[in-house]
Design a protein around this ligand. Structure first.
Ligand code: NAI
Length: 281
C-alpha cells in the first residue's frame, strides 16, 4: 500500500516516519523541494537519535528512509492508495487540495485529513468521493503519541472507516472513533484549557512559567499548557479556537487577544524559535 502525505511540517514528517517504520512506501509532499527536504532531514535526525539510544540499527534507519520518496507534484497522487493531508489548518487550503487530489488520485484511493478541528464533512464536499473522505487525527509528536482519532464525516462509508482504523492499528496506534463535530474530542477539551491559560497570562494573574508549574505539579500534567501550546504551534492553536468559536457560536471559545498578537508577531512557538518561551533553532 502506498501512502502519500501532503505537508512535510511537524505532523506530516512525523506521519511519514511512522508509516515508513511500519513497512509502507511513502511519498512526502510539500510546496517546494526545500520544504520536503527539511521534513525528510527532520526524520533523519529523529532516526539518528534512535540509533544513538541503541533502539535502532543503522541498516534499519537506512531502510526506513529509502521508503520515503519526496514529491512537489500533486499529480503523484495517481500512485497512492491513501493520501493523508497534513498541510496548514486552513479550510480554503484544504478544500483546494482535496479538489485537486480527488481529480488525480485513483478511484479506490482514500483521502484522509489530519486536521485538528476543521469539519471533515465540509472538506469531503470539495470532492466527488465523500464516502472515501475521513479524518485521521494524529497527535504530536507522531512517533511518540499512541492516539489517532478516526473521524467520520457525514458520508464516510463503513469500508473507508474500517480501512483507516486498521491502518492506524498497523502503525501501532490506538484508534478512537469520533463523530464530526468542532474540535472532535481532543481539541474540544484541550484547546479551551490552553486558551484559558493564555488569558491567565494576558490578565497578569501569573507568568507562563508559573501557569505551567501549577498545571504540572498541581494537576499532574506531564507538560504545562503553554509549553504544549508552543509545541503545537500558536498559529494552529488560534485556527482551532476560531473553528470552535465559529462552530459552537459560543463566546466561551473566543481566542485570547494575546494569542492573536503572538501569531501576528510571527511568534508561532517552538517551530519559529519563539512563543511563550524562546527556543534555539
Ligand atoms: P506545520 O506548519 O509544521 O506544517 C505545515 C506544512 O504544510 C508546511 O511544511 C507547509 O509548507 C505545508 N503546506 C502548506 N500549504 C500546502 C499546500 N497547499 N500543499 C502542500 N503543502 C502545504 O504544521 P503542522 O503542525 O504539521 O500541522 C499540519 C496539520 O496537522 C494542521 O491541519 C494541524 O491542525 C494538524 N495537526 C497539528 C498538530 C500539532 O500539534 N501541531 C496535532 C495534530 C494535527
Amino acid at each position: 500500500m502506498k501512502i502519500m502525505i501532503i505537508g512535510a511540517g511537524q505532523m506530516g514528517s512525523g506521519i511519514a516516519q511512522v508509516c515508513a517504520m511500519n513497512g509502507y512506501e511513502v511519498f512526502l509532499h510539500d510546496l517546494t523541494l526545500e520544504l520536503v527536504e527539511k521534513g525528510r532531514n527532520g526524520i533523519k535526525k529523529q532516526l539518528q537519535r534512535q540509533i544513538e539510544k541503541e533502539r535502532l540499527t543503522e541498516q534499519d534507519a537506512d531502510r526506513f528512509l529509502q521508503r520515503i520518496q519526496t514529491s512537489t507534484e500533486l499529480r503523484n497522487a495517481k500512485n497512492a492508495d491513501i493520501i493523508i493531508e497534513a498541510a496548514v489548518e486552513n479550510m480554503e487550503v484544504k478544500k483546494n487540495l482535496f479538489t485537486k487530489l480527488d481529480s488525480y488520485a485513483p478511484a479506490h484511493a482514500i483521502l484522509a485529513t489530519n486536521t485538528s478541528s476543521l469539519p471533515i464533512t465540509e472538506i469531503a464536499a470539495a470532492t466527488n468521493r465523500a464516502d472515501k473522505v475521513i479524518g485521521m487525527h494524529f497527535m504530536n509528536p507522531v512517533p511518540v503519541m499512541k492516539l489517532v482519532e478516526v473521524i467520520r464525516g457525514l458520508a464516510t462509508s463503513q469500508e473507508t472507516f474500517d480501512k483507516v482504523y486498521s491502518l492506524a492499528e498497523s502503525l501501532k496506534k490506538t484508534a478512537v472513533e469520533v463523530n464530526d463535530f468542532p474540535g472532535f474530542v481532543s481539541n474540544r477539551i484541550l484547546m479551551p484549557m490552553i486558551n484559558e491559560a493564555i488569558y491567565t497570562v494576558f490578565e497578569g494573574v501569573a507568568t507562563p512559567e508559573d501557569v505551567d508549574e501549577v498545571m504540572k505539579l498541581g494537576m499532574n500534567h506531564p507538560m504545562g499548557p503553554l509549553t504544549l501550546a508552543d509545541f503545537i504551534g500558536l498559529d494552529t492553536c488560534l485556527a482551532i479556537m476560531e473553528t470552535l468559536h465559529e462552530g459552537f457560536g459560543d463566546d466561551k471559545y473566543r481566542p485570547c487577544p494575546l494569542l492573536r498578537k503572538y501569531v501576528k508577531a510571527g511568534w508561532l512557538g517552538k517551530k519559529s524559535g519563539r512563543g511563550f518561551y524562546r527556543y534555539s533553532k
